[in-house]
Design a protein around this ligand. Structure first.
Ligand code: NAP
Length: 248
């Protein structure tokens, strides 16, 4: 028995990194967890196998989270199979960093579409079953870059700040239907996304973090699991920085 027993969850970008850790944390708490991913089929299948090993149901859906139609189809397939959707975690995301002077229109569009439009795509499809159930939890994975801004990440920071506005607006729209919408803003987490940092950059970064270290994906996943659980039933529209104290 877990706090999410028999709940049906969807985690976008669940094949690697933070999304993988979230999918496993929700499954550990009792949920049946579906994931979406873009291209890492072997990794996605191994997450599905890990979830099934825990005795939960799972499936992986390959799609481009930026596609409205594909996102809608994934949610419809899940609802056709399980007749409900309890938890949506909008986690899929990418970076295409560069100073605005050099940023291409394509770099802007792909980041905004993958990070922000994807949250619109999946949430729009998910709120239909959640509204008829009169319950649901949406957790958006934003970033401290969306809170503070970051030189070289105008596209990424704009997409993540957009997710924060989206979170608060949805929380206001859906509160009367008992659907809670919150956001988690990670700081620096050990995933493929941050693997590009060299030792010197990493050392400098860690010096500025009050807890003096980067996060493990599991430390983000634990907070997402909390927001997805009945323990967070009276919390909505919040953005929690999970960043070792970097932003305060
Ligand atoms: P990651 O290791 O690069 O994994 C990204 C995940 O998103 C993968 O599952 C990937 O699928 C999926 N994805 C990317 N583009 C997609 C698309 N177009 N359609 C569907 N799925 C797509 O990244 P991460 O570090 O775990 O980041 C996860 C989330 O946390 C992102 O939203 C990121 O912005 C946010 N975040 C991360 C950090 C950090 O320090 N790592 C900090 C703050 C916020 P494939 O495996 O198939 O490519």
């Amino acid at each position: 028995m877990g706090i999410l027993d028999q709940q049906i969850a969807l985690v976008t970008g669940g094949s690697r990194g933070i999304g993988r850790a979230i999918a496993l944390a929700l499954a550990d708490a009792g949920a049946h967890v579906m994931i979406s991913y873009r291209s890492a089929t072997a990794e996605a299948n191994s997450v599905v196998a890990e979830i099934q090993k825990r005795g939960r149901k799972s499936a992986a859906f390959q799609s481009d989270a930026a596609s409205f139609t594909q996102s809608k189809e994934i949610v419809e397939k899940i609802v056709a199979e399980y007749a409900r959707l309890d938890i949506l975690v909008n986690n899929a995301g990418i970076t295409k960093d560069g100073l605005l002077m050099r940023m291409t229109e394509e770099d802007w569009d792909v980041v905004l579409n993958t990070n922000l439009k994807s949250a619109f795509n999946f949430s729009k499809a998910a709120i239909r079953p959640m509204m008829s159930q009169r319950s649901g939890k949406i957790v958006n994975i934003t970033s401290i870059a969306g809170v503070t801004g970051n030189a070289g990440q105008a596209n990424y920071a704009a997409s993540k700040a957009g997710m924060i506005g989206f979170t608060k607006s949805l929380a206001k729209e859906l509160g009367s239907r008992n659907i809670q919408v919150n956001a988690v803003a990670p700081g620096f987490v050990e995933t493929d996304m941050t693997a590009k940092l060299n030792d010197e950059q990493r050392k400098k970064l860690e010096e500025n973090i009050p807890l003096k270290r980067t996060a493990k994906p599991e430390e983000i996943a634990a907070v997402v699991r909390f927001f997805a659980s009945p323990d967070a039933n009276y919390i909505t529209g919040q953005v929690l920085c999970v960043d070792g104290g970097l932003v305060m």
